[in-house]
Design a protein around this ligand. Sequence first.
Ligand SMILES: Cc1cc2nc3c(=O)[nH]c(=O)nc-3n(C[C@H](O)[C@H](O)[C@H](O)COP(=O)(O)OP(=O)(O)OC[C@H]3O[C@@H](n4cnc5c(N)ncnc54)[C@H](O)[C@@H]3O)c2cc1C
Length: 388
Amino acid sequence: MTERDIIIIGGGPSGLSTALHLVRDFPHLSTRILILEKARYPRLKLCAGGLVLDAEVILQRLGLDVREVPHVDVDTIHFDFEAKGLNIRIPKRHALRVIRRDEFDNWLAQKARGMGIEIREEITVKSVVPDEGGATVETDQGVFRAQVVVGADGSNGVTRRCIFPNAPVYTARVIEIITPPYPLTPAPLMISAPRSSVAFFDFFPVPNNIAGYVWDFPTQVKGEAMRCWGIYDTNLLAGEQRPQLKETLAKEMSRLGFDLDDYEIKGHPIRWFSPENQMSVPRVLLVGDSVGADPLFGEGISMALGYGVLAAREIGEAFQRNEFSFKRFRRRVLWSPLGQTLIARWFITYIIYTIKWKWFQILLWRIMKPVVIVVAWLFVLNWGKRLS
Ligand SMILES: Cc1cc2nc3c(=O)[nH]c(=O)nc-3n(C[C@H](O)[C@H](O)[C@H](O)COP(=O)(O)OP(=O)(O)OC[C@H]3O[C@@H](n4cnc5c(N)ncnc54)[C@H](O)[C@@H]3O)c2cc1C
């Protein structure tokens, strides 16, 4: 049986961020951490790869520069309803950076290894059983034992299912498609920036009971310019009659000259944050999607990095006190700038996706633009800087 003080299950952004922050803030723990990852890097992860400034701020504080990863800079984010809407630009910098997750996660894992963190790949965790003295982690390659286990194994994670088998789960449906850039047809939207450098969020599906949006981002695959499309549905209107996600996305893509049937469709759920979500039991903490991503947009990379900051602090202090109940972790998350943005986004989600009338979407994205920008600036964005 392999023993370590801290076992992190999952080497995505939340697990790697937890490890990197532990090493930065509690360097004496660095050789006592083990990450178990079921895949081998660079591994595929279904994700549009939109990286907001808050993610970059957290990485910068670790001394990491995400520009080392292949990326596309987005000048303008456009929130749309029926071909008109709100543009977000940030003076003198990009509004969003788009990475591919195989490249980003591989880069972050290399950085972690460079800091002395041990990562074992191609090990699948089957169960986690906490007890008074620690936790037992059963895998397809034997049994591991730790003082503390971090469940960073994503939306379908086994850790959460082991420690909270009956907890309610709020899960969004998401499908994604990668296509070549636009065919050479004129941009149909009235936007000053070239359409190829704009990331679109289109809320036209909401009145049809799809509580989410269609996205269309510029991206790159192996250096070649591409577009990443997808549709996100929180499932908040699951009780109503809804069209198929595929059909709704196909409608938007055909407007721009694409036939969805020409491309491979991939889907993956996103577990989203609700203030009632549980986050820990004695000896075991959850981070990232296993607690919950942003319900409003399904944004979870910056959140995953942020959960890592808080989990590292909680674990480091637990070792200092030799007390591993983690009973204050939920409060630590909810009262943090990360928790506050998640609560604000959860609240806004219930407003903008359940008041599903067309006039409300028009009011929101076309008429109340200054109010939306102020609310976004105060409550949705800029939390990364405050999560020191
Ligand atoms: C289609 C789609 C589009 C998205 N687009 C965006 C976007 O543009 N921007 C954004 O910010 N977020 C986006 N997200 C959300 C984002 O991908 C997640 O929030 C983020 O990946 C969460 O990170 P994590 O580390 O918690 O989990 P994950 O990234 O899912 O990492 C979990 C890791 O655990 C490993 N693992 C799982 N089970 C086991 C096991 N039993 N044993 C060992 N290892 C295990 C997995 O292999 C994986 O490496 C999108 C999600 C989807 C599905």
